[in-house]
Design a protein around this ligand. Structure first.
Ligand code: AMP
Length: 283
């Protein structure tokens, strides 16, 4: 049987004991509705550590849109069934009151990382992410924590959080897992109809085209214009932003020679479901 823990103190006590015995702890934070993307993180955490902890918590403070929070899929029973055969040691699925016994008023500043892209279109989002992740880090004290490159900007913010707050934690980034069509796996895909899933493939297709155009020497403004148009040409898709940025500073670049690490990031509405994806153009 999988070890499901709902109480903060219980988990903290168990893991403190494990750490005192010299065991390494690999931690995978998730919001549940698990898919193969999450499982990649879990497998890696399992391989690289003595103990593997997965948290499942839909964090209200990172949702700037209440409808998105309400509609976020919650499938704890199924998630536990998926995790059981992977040999996860502890699943931490706390209620909101366990994570936030009092209102969390902390303000984090990751400028300029949090003022662009997701940070610009989802005000307060990364503050909520930093609140929950720092709280989870304090409870779990992991040796390593695993995050997906699917949320590229989040990864940069978490690295900044660890750096600035001097957490003794290794942040491990895991490449994007896609389905056979190229669509990046996401819990939000569950809210797409079969038809919309087919339409949404255009997002990854266009990112791959962007990479080819980049390699062929097309200019950044030209790539941006073509990708945005090609995605928006699909009736059910609307680009919120498509940006080509420096992979460390996350600031837009105008010319390829400005950086050695370049990433194209996109957010697209498919109907009323907001999807994000990205591709590394140069590293
Ligand atoms: P979430 O449950 O959406 O908060 O995601 C939990 C973790 O899984 C985050 O670090 C995500 O970046 C990662 N993740 C989500 N989807 C994917 C994917 N398709 N490939 C790799 N990692 C992913």
């Amino acid at each position: 049987m999988i070890n499901l823990i709902k109480r903060t103190e219980v988990l903290h006590d168990i893991l403190t004991k494990d750490k005192l015995e010299g065991k390494t702890i690999g931690f995978v934070p998730t919001m549940g509705a698990l898919h193969e993307g999450h499982l990649k993180l879990v497998e890696q955490a399992k391989t690289e550590n003595d103990i593997c902890v997965v948290s499942i918590f839909v964090n209200p403070t990172q949702f700037n849109n209440q409808e998105d929070l309400i509609k976020y899929p919650r499938t704890l029973e199924r998630d536990l069934e998926i995790l059981e055969p992977l040999g996860v040691d502890y699943v931490f699925a706390p209620g909101v009151e366990e994570i936030y016994p009092q209102k969390d008023n902390r303000i984090f500043d990751f400028a300029p990382l949090d003022s662009v892209m997701e940070g610009f279109y989802r005000p307060g989002h990364f503050n909520g992410v930093a609140q929950v992740v720092s709280r989870l880090f304090d409870i779990i004290n992991p040796t390593r924590a695993y995050f997906g490159q699917k949320d590229f900007q989040q990864l940069a913010i978490i690295k900044a959080l660890v750096r600035e707050h001097k957490y003794p934690i290794d942040i491990v980034s895991v490449p994007i897992v896609r389905d056979d069509s190229g669509l990046a796996l996401s819990s939000r895909n569950e809210r797409l109809s079969e038809e919309q899933k087919k339409t949404a493939v255009a997002i990854s297709t266009q990112l791959m085209k962007a990479k080819r155009m980049f390699e062929d020497g097309k200019t950044i403004p030209e790539i941006k214009e073509r990708v945005i148009k090609a995605i928006n040409d699909n009736e059910d898709l609307e680009v919120e932003y498509f940006d080509i940025v420096d992979g460390n500073s996350l600031q837009s670049i105008a010319e390829a020679r400005e950086s050695d690490y370049i990433v194209a990031c996109v957010a697209v509405y498919c109907g009323n479901v907001r999807l994000i994806d990205n591709i590394i153009l140069k590293q």
